[in-house]
Ligand binder design. Structure first.
Ligand code: GLA
Length: 775
């Protein structure tokens, strides 16, 4: 709900309030963003000023205590005495001087759509406040848009700059939002990394000066995700004040946090200003990406829940939003470029038997694509590998009861390709400079309408001609040669590229809402809310080692729900780390996302097949909970131990993961959160298998005959026999389970029985929690 009274603007959600008010000089003073407050006289929240601050610049000679440097503002300008970082820099005949004062406002039902950028969908009770600020002298008008999502406790913000003057104004910076908060001993959490180590959480205290994080790679990038958190002293997973910020954008971005001399913290985020220029002609306007803001007084867990619900209900494509994501088989880690009809048909037969629902043909299917040095841009089927085209394979897969998906990388071109030979000018290229390649490829110039038309036609007909119901859209290099002759200023290229990409996605997938789009960028190099407006899920990382994934998926979970986190089980030792992990753990981690397998199915042992069949059946049975249930990171209190929970109320699933074993392991406690008090629940470990070769010579303690651990017999037996693992069951009320179950002992070198938990290094267990009266 939005209430405007006596120059004060109060934005209310179910549990939060956002409040700002006009000052007597027409600036917008920020009053409060935090727990819900009833409407009232806001004077107590205003910054107090009765005397002029030393060394300050006063705004007006007849009001000497009015210095903008000390006032929390909704959106600052330049040159008026506020010396904190400004969200805006626009060059006009008056230089960058800008004084933004209130002109007008209106409250609208629903959201305000953008003219080319992705924005969140509306829903029940959603309203938008539009506040117009202006600087008459500069001939500029700035519209601040606040959209309130009351049920989900989220507010989105963006800004639109209009040139009302008679000459060109050049934008050098325009942040999506600014938020000035009183300092509460904040910590900033960012999610950083790179290829195969995305989304690792890093904390640092807010202290004097500016901390900034962002991307200048042309994409949102895995270096620093656009989503960040800010939490007050004392806050943890379940308690305390926590803010979350994100951008519905996939290009260069920057978020900065500045603590000033008065103990105020200024947060802002938007398009990264480095090398950015946008000339705005008279009568033109420029809009920023939409920023997402959330607050929770229930710590980081509460904050994640709000962000998850927001992404699920307002960001992911409407037609796919509530549709359970299928269990996928992907050919990449199984065969890389070495695929053909025979090999894939064989995998398809095997995958269908395991319970897979969607079969994905990854890279390597089109003519000339024998490795990553060539052929990007030419999406004609390789007639040697697929003499009958792809259609017969798609039909065969359909007969097996599965859908088929295809890999493409449409934003790129290899120099060794028909497309490049025909249109060398279609690649982004700085005149006179040799191309800087990444993975032997160049970016197509999506600022060029002819390139956009080509991609739309190419990918559209690929989907239609073969009946694909899924596309894995990849993007494997960063932008380096950011120059396009199709924009008015080179500084527009990176952002215009994004607008071009969004237009292309709209034109391809808008008319084909049934097609499930999975975004990928060398793994999670473009994991952002912009992509999620078209993609129902994103390939989280090329790292499929489950122990690495504990960090990657946990980092991602702060701002993105499990239903968009694509997670696959692959062969061990892992291609990325050489770490050897149990098949059970590979599944147990991937189950907290959209499950898939990337495996050479020819080499599965009968015992592994049996386990995978059971894993997929378990996943399908609990898919609603696993993909859409409330996610919690349960503090384990112990290094190396990770506990995740999905679901609450009537049913939940809890995963308990051990990174490394210690001799004589401590006794483990498993708390289950969010259950009904007084209701009795049954908790059972999901049955899984421990493969005999994991036991080595210890096998002789359980085997009736003596086996050589390195011998042929052992080799044969371990492919066909395994030990049951995870034979545990408990009961208790919601309160008891919240206090924590004391789990069965772990193996500690003194013997073996079925109840012992055989975790070892990288071991894990999933527990199902159901109301006993539902059994
Ligand atoms: C990227 C992706 C992989 C795979 C390859 C194919 O690395 O992240 O999943 O699709 O490209 O070349």
């Amino acid at each position: 709900m939005i209430e405007v009274r006596d120059g004060a603007f109060l934005l209310q959600t179910r549990t939060t309030s956002y409040w700002f008010a006009l000052t007597q000089h027409g600036h917008l003073e920020h009053l409060h963003y935090g727990p819900w407050l009833p409407a009232q006289d806001p004077s107590a929240l205003r910054v107090k000023r009765t005397i002029e601050s030393g060394a300050s610049v006063v705004y007006s000679p007849d009001d000497t205590s009015y210095g903008l440097d000390a006032i929390p503002l909704e959106y600052s300008g330049i040159g008026q005495g506020d010396y904190r970082l400004s969200p805006v820099e626009v060059h006009t005949a008056h230089g960058a001087d800008l004084d933004l004062v209130y002109r007008d406002h209106r409250v609208l039902a629903g959201t305000v759509p953008s003219g080319g950028l992705p924005t969140a969908d509306g829903g029940p009770g959603v309203q938008t406040l539009e506040v117009v600020l202006a600087d008459e002298r500069a001939g500029l008008e700035l519209v601040l848009l606040y959209t309130v999502f009351p049920d989900i406790d989220v507010i989105t913000r963006r800004a639109v700059l209009r040139n009302r003057g008679g000459s060109v104004a050049e934008i050098a910076k325009l942040a999506s939002f600014q938020l000035d908060l009183p300092d509460r001993g904040y910590t900033i959490r960012t999610f950083d990394g790179g290829w195969i180590h995305e989304a690792h959480a890093h904390d640092r205290p807010v202290s004097s000066g500016v901390f900034s994080t962002g991307s200048t790679t042309g994409a949102s990038s895995a270096r620093h995700n656009p989503g960040t958190l800010l939490f007050a002293a004392g806050a943890d997973e379940n308690h305390g004040w926590a803010y979350g910020f994100n951008l519905v954008y996939s290009g260069n971005h920057e978020t900065s946090f500045e603590r000033d001399q008065h103990g105020s913290v200024r947060v802002m985020a938007g398009i990264h200003p480095q090398a950015f220029r946008w000339p705005l002609g008279p009568g033109e306007e420029f809009e920023t990406p939409e920023a997402v803001l959330a607050f929770s007084a229930e710590g980081l867990g509460g904050l994640s829940d709000r962000m998850h619900r927001f992404v699920r209900a307002h960001i992911t494509p409407a037609a796919q939003r509530d549709v359970p994501r299928p269990v996928v088989y992907n050919s990449w880690e199984a065969a890389f470029f070495d695929i053909d009809e025979k090999r894939l048909a064989k995998y398809a037969n095997q995958a269908a038997k395991l319970g897979v629902e969607l079969f994905v043909i990854d890279d390597g299917w089109f003519a000339g694509r024998t490795d990553d040095t060539r052929a990007l841009g030419d999406y004609a089927v390789d007639a040697k590998k697929f003499p009958n085209g792809l259609k017969p394979l798609v039909e065969r897969i359909a007969k097996l009861g599965m859908r088929t998906g295809i890999w493409v990388e449409p934003e790129m071109v290899s120099e060794d390709s028909e497309l490049y030979r025909a249109h060398p000018d279609w690649a982004l290229r700085v005149p006179g400079k040799p191309a800087r390649e990444g993975r032997h490829q160049q970016l197509l110039d999506l600022c060029n309408p002819a390139v956009r038309d080509h991609i739309v036609e190419q990918v559209g007909s690929l989907i239609d001609d073969n009946g694909f119901s899924y596309v894995k859209w990849d993007m494997n290099r960063h932008m380096a040669d950011a120059y396009s002759p199709h924009v008015a200023h080179p500084g527009m290229t990176a952002h215009a590229f994004q607008l071009g990409l969004y237009e292309v996605l709209d034109r391809i997938f808008g008319p084909r809402p049934h097609v499930l789009l999975e975004m990928c960028s060398s793994g999670g190099n473009r994991f952002d809310l912009g992509m999620l407006r078209w993609a129902a899920m994103i390939w989280t990382s090329d790292d499929t080692d489950p122990i690495e994934r504990l960090d990657i998926q946990q980092g991602t979970s702060y701002l993105y729900p499990q239903s968009v986190i694509s997670a696959h089980v692959s062969a061990s030792p892992h291609q990325q780390t050489l770490r050897d992990t149990p098949l059970s753990t590979r599944f147990n981690v991937a189950a907290f996302g959209c499950l898939g397998y990337e495996y050479d199915l020819d080499f599965l042992t009968p015992e592994e097949k049996r386990e995978i069949v059971e894993q997929i059946a378990f996943y399908k049975e609990h898919r609603e909970l696993l993909q859409f249930g409330r996610f919690r990171r349960i503090p384990s209190g112990r290094r190396g131990r990770v506990i995740w929970q999905v679901g609450e109320g009537d049913a939940a699933i809890v995963g308990n993961f051990q990174r490394g074993v210690r001799a004589a392991p401590e006794r483990d406690l498993l708390p289950v959160a969010g259950l009904h008090p007084g209701v009795v629940y049954r908790v059972d470990a999901k049955p899984q298998r421990i493969m005999l070769d994991r036991l080595g010579a210890l096998v002789n303690h359980v085997s009736p005959v003596r086996l050589d651990p390195n011998g042929l017999v052992m080799n044969v037996v371990s492919k066909r026999r395994s030990l049951p693992d995870g034979v545990e069951g408990y009961t208790g009320t919601g309160e008891l389970l919240a206090a924590g179950i004391r789990l069965e002992m772990q193996f500690s070198g003194t013997g073996h029985n079925e109840a012992l938990r055989m975790l070892g290094d990288f071991g894990s267990t999933l527990y199902t929690v159901v109301r006993e009266d539902s059994l």
